[in-house]
Write a protein that binds this ligand. Structure first.
Ligand SMILES: Cc1cc2nc3c(=O)[nH]c(=O)nc-3n(C[C@H](O)[C@H](O)[C@H](O)COP(=O)(O)OP(=O)(O)OC[C@H]3O[C@@H](n4cnc5c(N)ncnc54)[C@H](O)[C@@H]3O)c2cc1C
Length: 467
């Protein structure tokens, strides 16, 4: 008899069966381990009976990756201990279950900083953000989650516990590159290769101070020119100003309309696009608030922003308000899309990305396709500084969903021809599998599958994800 509790009450199990994509999952039972030893026991039992196990964080995934396709759901919420915060060597070891925002707050209150900041940080677990390699606005400066992961404890489908660490050597010629650094194989693996039960991440010094801002533009195209100029300016060889944003996020005119009624800040009537930015500074150096602000205002002026209307948020409360407005865009669309799920429609969001110098071209192309298909205009917002805007469509019916997906497929093919990716942020999960073929040839997909099935021969972990 197993020592763990198998919750089979369907009223409870059903409430864990989908994620923020509304993908319809189903499962026979829910398990809620508290320790790695319990995870091992659960997985061994499931593997011996060929029962699938879908691990869940807080189910904020937008791809159906956390929606189980049968078997057991393994809920990580009871594994929520932050085990060690090491000030001297600047790292933290934690179980997967803390809410990411709480995890970051605990670290911040101790004078250190964990940079990854998905917009959903108040809705996702630390472990979920590792399993999806989440990124966010501050990825512009700090990179995505992967960069911070030093070591992992992972339970494989066999029940074997792997303890893996990012290599610390400077040279190595043994083996294929991904295997030289196994941490990177598991980060972003969407629950398909193992269950992450412990993670050690790098921490950095807490930035001394920052201000937030929102700059407005009379045209969408001028706003994109601005972004390209920011990126150019950041290249060290052509460094011409002292701006060094840690975030550079887009709002198109639809996104501006979403935040307008709820904004404590004045939003100019003639704005067709906006950029949300954050700038760190050091009050005790020549790079102080006034200097950085001056640099921003002159940079904005040079690049055709509506300088006088720029919002600058210096106080924590104002900064929090700006970030709340940024979050309001996806959460509003999520709710709006939810209203049409029963008609076979819903929200369709993209997370493709292209090299920044192709951004105008891809946006023009995607807009042209949407217009030709007579679709309602998408809402475009998000991580433009990384060449990665989110296109969000609301399909009111199954028929409209089909038309939108057709446009998204064509856009993704173009994205790949521009050396982009179909999934810069949310992974593949279940709902983006039909796009995979555009990015990699079949031989490479088969090599990935071979690795998955050599680690998980019965295919019990997160079936239906990626492949
Ligand atoms: C409003 C909104 C905004 C969002 N903004 C962003 C954003 O800015 N950036 C971004 O990257 N994402 C964003 N997302 C998507 C999502 O929030 C992230 O992918 C998040 O990191 C998922 O974490 P989670 O705990 O909810 O994981 P879940 O959704 O529960 O799971 C996601 C995947 O991870 C696997 N998994 C979870 N925990 C583990 C574990 N311990 N071991 C192994 N596998 C595991 C699951 O099997 C699944 O495949 C957003 C979502 C919403 C709803």
């Amino acid at each position: 008899m197993p020592n763990f509790e198998l919750i089979t009450d369907q009223d409870i199990v059903k409430s864990f069966c989908t994620d923020s994509s509304n993908y319809p999952g189903h499962a026979e039972a829910l398990v809620r381990p508290k320790t790695t030893a319990e995870v091992v026991e659960i997985v061994k039992e499931a593997n011996s009976k060929k029962i699938s196990v879908t691990t869940i964080g807080n189910r904020s995934s937008l791809t159906g990756s956390a929606a189980a396709e049968g078997g057991w759901i393994l809920d990580t919420s009871l594994m929520s201990k932050i085990i060690e915060i090491n000030h001297k060597e600047k790292f933290c070891i934690s179980e997967p279950g803390p809410m990411l925002a709480d995890f970051k707050k605990t670290i911040f209150e101790q004078g250190l900083f964990y940079p990854p900041d998905p917009t959903s940080e108040k809705e996702c677990f630390f472990g979920g953000s590792i399993a999806t390699n989440a990124s966010g606005a501050r990825t512009f400066k700090y990179g995505s989650t992967r960069k911070y992961v030093r070591a992992l404890e992972v339970v494989l489908a066999s029940g074997e516990v792997l303890n893996i660490r990012r290599p610390q050597i400077e040279k190595n010629t043994f083996g294929y590159l991904p295997f030289q650094n196994m941490v990177d194989i598991f980060v972003g693996s969407e629950g398909t290769l193992g269950i992450i039960t412990k993670t050690e991440v790098d921490l950095i010094e807490r930035p001394i101070a920052f201000f937030g801002g929102m700059a407005f533009f009379k045209t969408f195209s001028e706003c994109l020119d601005f972004v390209v100029a920011v990126r150019k300016d950041l290249r060290p060889q052509v460094f011409t100003t002292t701006i060094s944003p840690r975030a550079c996020e887009l709002f198109d005119h639809h996104s501006i309309n979403i935040i307008k009624s709820d904004s404590p800040f004045k939003i100019p009537e003639n704005a067709q696009a906006a950029i949300f930015f954050e700038q760190e500074y050091d009050p005790n150096s020549t790079d102080n608030f006034e200097k950085k602000l001056d640099a921003w205002l002159s940079f904005l002026e040079k690049n055709k922003a509506l300088v006088d209307e720029t919002i600058i948020a210096e106080q924590p409360k104002q900064q929090e308000e700006l970030r709340r407005l940024r979050h309001k865009v996806p959460s509003t669309l999520f709710e709006e899309g939810g209203d049409y799920v029963k008609n076979g429609g819903g929200k369709i969001s993209t997370d493709w990305s292209v090299p920044i110098n192709r951004i105008h071209e891809i946006i023009d192309y995607a807009q042209k396709l949407a217009t030709e298909a007579k679709l309602a205009e998408p809402v475009i917002y998000g991580h433009i500084g990384n060449g990665h805007p989110h296109y969000n469509f609301i399909a009111k019916s199954a028929e409209e969903k089909k038309q939108i997906l057709d446009v998204v497929h064509k856009t993704c093919q173009k994205v790949i021809s521009m050396n982009g990716t179909i999934a810069a942020e949310h992974g593949i999960g279940k709902i983006k599998k039909s796009f995979v073929k555009y990015q990699y040839p079949e031989s490479i997909i088969n090599a990935m599958k071979a690795m998955k099935y050599s680690l998980d021969p019965n295919g019990i972990l997160a079936p239906g994800n990626i492949f």
